[in-house]
Ligand binder design. Structure first.
Ligand code: PEP
Ligand code: MN
Length: 266
């Protein structure tokens, strides 16, 4: 069902005020984790000024260590919704349990299935039974075929509103947190009609590569790029090394516009 052979026309995810896959490159930005209403407000204010219409933020966080910050849960989703509505933004946030799907649909515009859950088949079926669009991230060590079959689980359960997100894969290379598989972008575009996003933050795991990786993503045909930004990254409760502060985020946007990878007015 996700194959181009079944449907040659590109799938466009229509969120009302913004579309993903309509041929106009988009940015998704926001903090790694929702930490407080004030934090999300500060980020959203800058995003709105930059014309960015989709905010991300983790409320249910898949952390490697059980002792690390696990997210604010439902309260985090409520914060995202309130702030997003204030600025006219759309919300993308991750859930990890099939039991949370129905609750999440009340607060988010796009449900994220994270890399660590790409093959959580019960979760894939659960989000597939909902009518809220899904952002499916590529697993840490997933092949292209496994990635597309994971999307197939969602679509075959009844939800054809799926965006595929390349977020870097595990390789032997240590200078980046993951290795951005840029070839995944044209490969997915050839094989599937679903829109493609590239998460440059989790791919790189460092701030100095975000701009060139975003340019590469758009040059390769990505429909959207995701980037994490935080008002004060050094005290962030997760991913403090790789989130960019708000002035740097504004520079990132300006440079993408100046190099014509983004339209003048988003
Ligand atoms: C995220 O986007 O918040 C995240 C945890 O990313 P990933 O699942 O790609 O590691
Ligand atoms: Mn993060």
């Amino acid at each position: 069902l996700v194959s181009r052979k079944r449907k040659s026309k590109d799938t466009v995810i229509d969120l009302g005020t913004v579309q993903i896959g309509d041929g106009i490159p988009k940015i998704v930005a926001g903090p790694c984790s929702v930490e407080s209403e004030e934090q999300v407000f500060q980020v959203a204010e800058v995003m709105a000024r930059q014309g960015v219409k989709m905010i991300r933020g983790g409320a249910f966080k898949p952390r490697t260590s059980p002792y690390d910050f696990q997210g604010l849960g439902l309260e985090g989703l409520q914060i995202l919704r309130r702030v997003a509505d204030h600025f006219g933004l759309k919300v993308i946030s991750e859930i990890m349990s099939p039991a949370d799907v129905e609750m999440a649909t009340r607060y988010v515009d796009v449900i994220q299935v994270g890399a660590r859950n790409m093959q959580n088949f019960d979760l894939l079926r659960a989000v597939g039974s909902a009518s809220t669009p899904v952002l499916l991230k590529r697993g840490l060590a997933a092949t292209m075929e496994e990635f597309l079959f994971a999307a197939e689980y969602i679509v075959s359960s009844g939800n054809d509103q799926v965006v595929l997100c390349e977020r870097g894969i595990r390789t032997y290379e240590k200078w980046t947190r993951n290795t951005l598989d840029i070839s995944a972008v044209p490969l997915i575009k050839q094989e599937s009609h679903l829109p493609v996003m590239v998460d440059v933050t989790h791919s790189a795991g460092r701030k100095d590569l975000l701009l060139p990786l975003a340019k590469a993503a758009f040059a390769a045909g990505a429909d959207a790029v995701m980037v994490e930004t935080h008002p004060n990254p050094s005290v962030a409760l997760s991913d403090s090394r790789q989130q960019i502060d708000l002035p740097t985020f504004e520079q990132f946007m300006t440079q993408l516009r100046e190099s014509r990878f983004l339209p003048e007015l988003l």
